[in-house]
Design a binder for this molecule. Structure first.
Ligand code: 1GP
Length: 246
């Protein structure tokens, strides 16, 4: 977490590159991560919602680490843990209707995370709109795209409950990202209580202009998964767009 906060302090914005170990081989992961490192991404997230097989996850994490970037796990369930990473988004899917994703799996995971020596990053995961596989598997009740008031209330609750990282997610491959106008309202709410963690947005962010609109609206950083898999070199344009002055 310290590393992400120092990226924010030094570069203004954080960029996270997501690699799904179910869709990406270790050699592809190494290639994506090395382009991401060169483009200025802050860290690599490794995780997914379906088909995560621990031996393959570990190989992808080890290959990704060769880029020199920190590797943070983004687990959909207990099978998303491996000791080869540096940290884990220790997540609560705060708008899930299933208590398993709100507190149950965390109790199962906590002793394992401790034994693995992973740094837990207290994270609140909020699913909006499309939701994708994460929304379906996590039994989320996605917040409608146009209800920024509900989204701001969930974000505020997340901060008040002590999350260091608030991750607002439209779902991987979302046809529509979270609207920048909603992020603006969330930022205002978080500023009113002097939230000093990170507000991160992901899902369907496929162009420099959308990425810039979200960070200008107040996101501290964005996540790119699908576009990093399809065309890793596009990360140069996206990262330049969110850090125009660095
Ligand atoms: C998904 O927010 C991430 O968890 C990334 O989404 O694959 O649409 O970039 P994309």
């Amino acid at each position: 977490m310290r590393l992400l906060l120092s990226e924010k302090a030094e570069k203004g914005k954080v960029h996270l590159t997501l690699i799904d170990p179910e869709k990406t081989s270790p050699s592809e992961a190494e290639r994506i991560a090395s382009v991401a490192a060169d483009a200025g991404s802050s860290a690599i997230l490794v995780g997914g919602s379906l088909g995560i097989f621990e031996p393959q996850l570990s190989e992808v994490v080890k290959a990704t680490k060769r880029s020199g970037l920190p590797v943070i796990l983004f687990p959909g369930n207990l099978n998303g843990l491996t000791p080869h990473a540096d940290a884990v988004l220790f997540m609560t899917l705060i708008n899930s209707d299933d208590p398993y994703y709100v507190g149950g799996v965390q109790a199962q995971a906590a002793p394992i995370v401790m034994r693995m020596g992973l740094e837990p990053i207290p994270t609140s995961y909020i699913i909006v709109g499309y939701g994708g596989a994460a929304g379906y598997i996590g039994r989320a009740r996605p917040i409608p795209y146009d209800r920024s008031d509900i989204l701001a209330a969930y974000a505020l609750a997340s901060a008040m409950m002590g999350s260091s990282l608030i991750y607002i997610e439209a779902g991987s491959g979302a046809p529509e990202p979270v609207p920048p106008s909603s992020i603006k309202l969330v930022r205002k709410a978080l500023d009113s209580i002097e939230f000093d963690g990170l507000l991160i947005v992901g899902g369907g962010i496929n162009s420099p202009s959308v990425a810039a609109a979200l960070t200008e609206a107040g996101a501290d950083g964005i996540v790119n998964g699908t576009i990093a898999e399809k065309d890793p070199r596009s990360l140069y344009h996206i990262i330049n767009a969110i850090r125009p002055h660095s």
